[in-house]
Ligand binder design. Sequence first.
Ligand code: GUN
Length: 294
Amino acid sequence: MPGVTLDGRRMSAEIRQELSLRITALSEKDIVPTLAGIIVGDDAGSASYVRLKEKAAAEVGLRSEMSRLPQDFTQKDLLTRIADLNDRDDIHGIFVQLPLPKQFDEERILAAVSPSKDVDGFHPQNVGRAWLGQEAFVPATPAAIMETLRRAGYHDLRNLHAVVVNADNLVGKPIASCLCQPNVGATVTLCDPDAPDLQSLTRQADILVVSVNRPGFITADMVKDGVIAFDFGSNYVDDSAATQGYRLVGDIDFAAVIEKAAAVTPVPGGLGPMTITMLLAHTVAVAERQSATG
Ligand code: GUN
C-alpha cells in the first residue's frame, strides 16, 4: 500500500486559521503583528518567494512591509536600513532574503538583524542557542519539518535515524540541530550529496530530508520501506503537457518512493507552504511576547 502524502497546503491552511485567531486577539490590544522583509536585486526566484510570503501574510491578517532594493545597493545602506527596522516597536519580525548580491558580506548582514526579531533564525546567537537546546528562533525550514511531523502524528522520534542530504546553513545544519536535541532523541546523519555510496546512508533513514535541487535524485532503491521523507527540492523541468511548458518537481522521485514510504511531502504543496507558514507563526510569536511584556 502506498504511503501518505503529507499535504503541506492542508496543514498550512489549518495553522493559518489558528494564526488568524491569534492575530485577532492581538488586534484587541492594538498590536498588529508586522513582518519586514528585505530583498536586494532582481533574482527572479527570490522575488517570487518574497511575493508568496507577502501574500500569505496578508491572508492571515499580518501586516508586511517589504523593502525591494536595487542590485547596486550598498552594504552600509543595508546595515542602516536593518538598524532602523530593529529600532521600530511596530516591526516584530525581520528577514533578509538570500542570496544577497556579491557586494554584501552575508554573515555581517545576518548578524545585524536583532536576535529578538530574527524570525528566520539565521543570527549566530539564535543558531548557537538552538544548538545548545535553548529557546531560540529556528529557521522556517526545520520548523516546517518538526511541525509536519507533529501534525502527522509522529510524536516520538526516539530510536529513529534521520538522514539529511544537505549540510548547509539554511537546511541541513538547522534540521540536524532540531532533531538531535535530547528531548527529541533522533540519531542524525548529515550527508554531502556527493558522498561516496550515499545510498548506503539514505537506505538507513527512518526520516529522510533532501535538499539538493536535482530532480529525481532520490530513487526508490535509495530508501527503505516505511521511510518518512521530506523534500525541499525546487526544480523546474520541461513538460510539453504543462501550459507554461515546464513544471515544478522536487528531489525525490515521488511516484516511486511513495510506494515504499510511510509518508512523503510532495513538491509542490509540501514543505513550501509550510515553510512560509512557520515564518508567519514566528512573527506572531514575537508580537505575543511584546503584548505579554507590555
Ligand atoms: N533563501 C532561500 N530560503 C530562504 C529562507 O528561508 N529565508 C531567507 N531569508 N532567504 C532564503
